[in-house]
Design a protein around this ligand. Structure first.
Ligand SMILES: [Fe+2]
Length: 512
């Protein structure tokens, strides 16, 4: 079976091992605890690869949309066996063990592997109470700087707005790694946020507020076969933005000013952790730490940021507006002091050839007003302009920095400059902003609007309003990025094509 056939079979749960093909040889007490239906309805995932391991994830849910968020699972803990194999047929098992899917963790498991070989593919699967999971493919990171890296960048997957064809197309390209930059799920109730073209499917009832609400919504998203396929094909690096909790929240402040936000945020964080291939140490009481670094040998280092949890409230009551001096204030922070120092130390201490900043919101200045005057999005880095200046200073002293961004629901390619209004200001980094997987529904291409936006913002060179993702290939000498677009997501099956390509030579911007 070739790899593509394997992944298709694996996604359908058709790949079984000689060792696990027969019914589990369970003890009588375990045999009596057989789940009535398949608990692997939410798929499998892996994440955060290192040179000798990764995280494996699954969450048991016999009835994923059962109304209480518990996925139709019993209130007891359930044992889950796992296997890691060197080959896709699972004939050479290199690690195996048993994890406990605890009821209090919504029957999720996060298995952290170490001690494996660097720079190679592994295959994994789970088994519980006689049921076998689909198999997944993952990998460890290589040593050195010579192994190239192919990685996808994606964001913003509103379930009601479209099908996840973009996830499917991304998986078909078999990247080594998927970087997901936020808005993995949306908290709104049915039709709480409508795309122009309406909705193609319907959210679970109500706006997410309770732990049960968030768990149920994640289960709905995770039930999608295209999403499952994208997770099963490669390890992911995930970081949340606003909608995993609430539209435009900031720190401990709800955008609606509602009280009780701290508890709601804690519920959202817990459900996010339960449904993502994150390391166990990321959940810390009521907070969730997602800013972290992942290295691909000495070729690349990903610095993943959290631009929500530690930020000051948006200036001037948020929104896209003109004339807000507060946004320029030197005292305002987007990353928070601790994360800022962590980032600055990590950039300056990095020995990687390329440094990739994975973060949520647009760094480049973006004037939304055509003609004289300026209107900016106060939720993005434009609302935290002094810290952006510090960030650009740090990037100017970093080896081959590239910023990866989500949130905008349109592809953009921008040059980052200390002074965006000065044509002679040096370019310190490129910013690659991915469009959405599904959010805002079927895309379009309004040439007049795009031309006006490019004229107004000359440091941008490409904008595309269609859905899609980025597919990047990185070597020691070059970064090449395909901006992938799909004409529609309102029906399944659209092809993805490369609408724009960037090729960036190492050391062509700021050589350290
Ligand atoms: Fe979004």
């Amino acid at each position: 079976m070739d790899r593509r056939a394997f992944l298709t079979a694996a996604a359908a749960g058709l790949v079984t091992s000689p060792a696990w093909a027969a019914p589990a040889s369970a003890t009588p007490s375990r045999a009596s605890r057989t789940l009535r239906s398949d608990p692997f309805t939410l798929g499998v995932a892996s994440g955060d690869p290192s040179a000798d391991g990764f995280v494996l994830w699954t969450r048991l849910a016999a009835d994923p949309l059962g109304g209480d968020g518990r996925g139709g699972m019993p209130s007891r803990d359930v044992e889950v066996d796992w296997q890691v194999a060197a080959d896709e047929r699972f004939s050479t098992i290199v690690r195996s063990g048993t994890a406990t899917a605890r009821a209090r963790d919504a029957h999720s498991v996060h298995v952290e592997l170490s001690g494996l070989e660097p720079g190679r593919e592994y295959f994994y699967r789970f088994r519980s109470e006689g049921r076998l999971s689909p198999a997944g493919r993952t990998r460890t990171t290589p040593a050195g700087a010579t192994t190239p890296l192919t990685f996808a960048v994606a964001a913003c997957a509103h379930y009601e707005h479209g099908y996840y064809t973009a996830y499917r197309r991304l998986a078909e390209q078999e990247p080594d790694l998927v970087v997901f930059l936020g808005d993995y799920m949306y908290e709104y109730g049915p039709s709480g946020y409508n795309a122009l073209a309406g909705r193609v499917r319907t959210h679970t009832p109500g706006k997410c507020r309770t732990l049960a609400d968030y768990r149920l919504r994640h289960a709905q998203y995770k039930s999608d076969p295209d999403l499952q396929r994208a997770h099963a094909g490669a390890p992911w690096l995930v970081a949340f933005d606003d909608h995993e909790v609430e539209n435009n929240w900031a720190g401990e402040i709800s955008s609606t000013g509602a009280t009780g936000f701290a508890a709601r945020r804690a519920h959202a964080f817990r459900a996010y952790y339960e449904n993502m291939p994150l390391r166990r140490a990321s959940l810390r009481g009521t907070s969730l730490r997602v800013n972290r670094r992942v290295s691909w040998g000495t070729l690349a280092r990903f610095h993943l940021l959290d631009t929500r949890q530690f930020r000051d409230d948006q200036a001037c009551l948020d929104g896209v507006r003109a004339g807000c001096d507060e946004r320029l204030s030197g005292g305002r922070t987007l990353l928070g002091g601790d994360q800022w120092r962590w980032l600055e130390d990590g950039l300056h201490g990095s020995t990687a050839r390329w440094n990739l900043l994975g973060q949520q919101i647009m760094v480049a200045q973006r004037d939304f007003k055509t003609g004289p005057g300026r209107e900016v999005n106060l939720d993005s880095w434009d609302g935290y302009a002094a810290e952006r200046t510090r960030l650009l200073g740090a990037l100017s002293r970093t080896s081959n920095p590239v910023v990866l961004t989500g949130d905008a629901h349109m592809h953009h390619l921008a040059e980052l400059k200390p002074d965006f209004d000065d044509p002679d200001s040096p370019v310190v980094a490129k910013e690659l902003i991915t469009s959405s997987i599904a959010s805002d529904g079927d895309g379009y291409r309004d040439r007049e609007w795009i031309d006006a936006a490019l004229r107004e913002n000359p440091h941008f060179s490409y904008i595309d309003q269609r859905r899609g993702y980025l597919m990047a290939r990185l070597t020691k000498d070059e970064l090449s990025v395909d901006f992938r677009t799909l004409d529609r997501v309102s029906r399944r099956g659209a092809p993805a094509r490369t609408s724009h390509r960037l090729t960036l030579t190492a050391d062509s911007l700021n050589a350290r």
